[in-house]
Design a protein around this ligand. Structure first.
Ligand code: OKP
Ligand code: ZN
Length: 345
């Protein structure tokens, strides 16, 4: 399988995030992508740099004011105080119900809150370049798939599926899966399906396509009653307007077994077949792994091979985008198992 990888991800290396009220080392580290790309290289996959510029498609997935903020956020932060170069900005106020989001504050922290869903998405000097490279990879993958590739794997980070049209969240800044889906449509696909198998519901991706019938969003994830992102991902969210019926959430209780997970995968695959999709985007979170430090599902490494093989049977050009997965040293094996299952499946 062709693997798309950019070293620009290394510039996104924030040091800390908040966990139970304390600052802890970030779970979402540069080592994650390095483990994944090394394991894929060792198993004989071809590693390439993304070639396409995602700028045009990015501008249709995210809002202009959000992109403008994200591109310059770090420079704005450091302009406030040169010492900020060694500090991480965090939002502290958010425009929740009854507050306005139409007027952009000139205060930096005010704008950061406006464009964030949580305080769990730390910015760094290279965040924009890393996130943009992820979108470039997704766009390049769409090009390769519409030119005959069966599967392309974007070994990119930070992840993207929590990022909505105009906000960051959950370590995510640019929604690469959404960019990949839109790029596939722009290159001639009629109907695309996105299957999100990350442990956490892909609220950003769901919201971007919620009113559209051309992109089906299907997600298997920890029940938001107990799991992040808490405020989206319930089974009764089925799409709205023209998109009614084109959103399928399959929440599972925390601690769900592999058997239950693969049962949900069958439901997901049946819906994707019924959609008549001509291409598939997989938001490939590997945090369903039993030893993941922040998640509770029970998949074993062999289950990732089984996942890849099952997806191959859909017989669709398939764009894999790395999302979460925090058992860093085992991510390589689990990602490579998905790729191997897909190629041999
Ligand atoms: C991202 B992905 C915030 C820490 C909680 C939420 C988990 C984000 C998961 N204080 N972070 O879906 O794997
Ligand atoms: Zn996740």
């Amino acid at each position: 399988m062709i693997i798309l990888f950019s070293t620009l991800h290394r510039g996104h290396a924030p040091a800390t995030e908040f966990f139970r009220g304390e600052r802890v080392a970030c779970f979402e580290t540069p080592a994650r992508a390095e483990f994944v790309v090394e394991a894929l290289r060792e198993r004989g996959h071809e590693i390439r740099a993304p070639e396409d510029d995602s700028g045009a498609v990015l501008a249709t997935v995210h809002t202009p004011r959000y992109l403008a903020f994200l591109e310059t956020a770090w420079a704005q932060w450091v302009a406030l105080d040169p010492a900020n170069a060694e500090r991480q900005p965090f939002p502290s106020v958010w425009p929740v119900r009854s507050l306005r989001n139409d007027v952009e504050p000139s205060n930096f922290t005010g704008r950061l809150g406006l464009y964030s869903m949580d305080n769990g998405s730390p910015l760094d000097g290279g965040t924009w370049a890393a996130a943009k490279a992820g979108a470039d990879a997704a766009t390049s993958a769409a090009t390769l798939l519409t030119h005959g590739a069966r599967g392309v794997f974007c070994a990119t980070r930070p992840p993207g599926h929590h990022a909505g049209a105009d906000f960051m969240g959950g370590y995510c800044f640019v929604n690469s899966a959404a960019v990949g889906a839109q790029a596939l449509l722009n290159r001639g696909c009629q109907r695309v399906a996105i299957l999100d198998v990350d442990y956490h519901h892909g609220n950003g991706t769901q919201s971007i396509f919620y009113e559209r019938p051309d992109v089906l969003f299907v997600s298997i994830h920890g029940d938001p009653r107990t799991e992040y992102p808490f405020y989206l991902g319930h089974a009764d969210e089925t799409g709205s307007g023209a998109g009614h019926g084109f959103n399928l959430n399959l929440p599972l209780a925390a601690g769900a077994s592999s058997d239950l997970w693969f049962e949900a995968l069958e439901t997901a695959c049946a819906r994707i077949v019924a959609h008549g999709a001509d291409a598939l985007v997989v938001s490939l979170g590997l945090d369903t792994y039993a030893d993941d430090p922040i998640s509770t599902f029970r998949l074993q490494s062999a289950d990732f091979t089984r996942l890849g093989a099952r997806l191959r049977r859909l017989a669709l050009p398939t764009l894999f985008v790395l999302e979460g997965g925090y058992a860093a040293s085992e991510l390589g094996r689990n990602a490579a198992n998905v790729a191997e299952g897909f190629e041999q499946g």
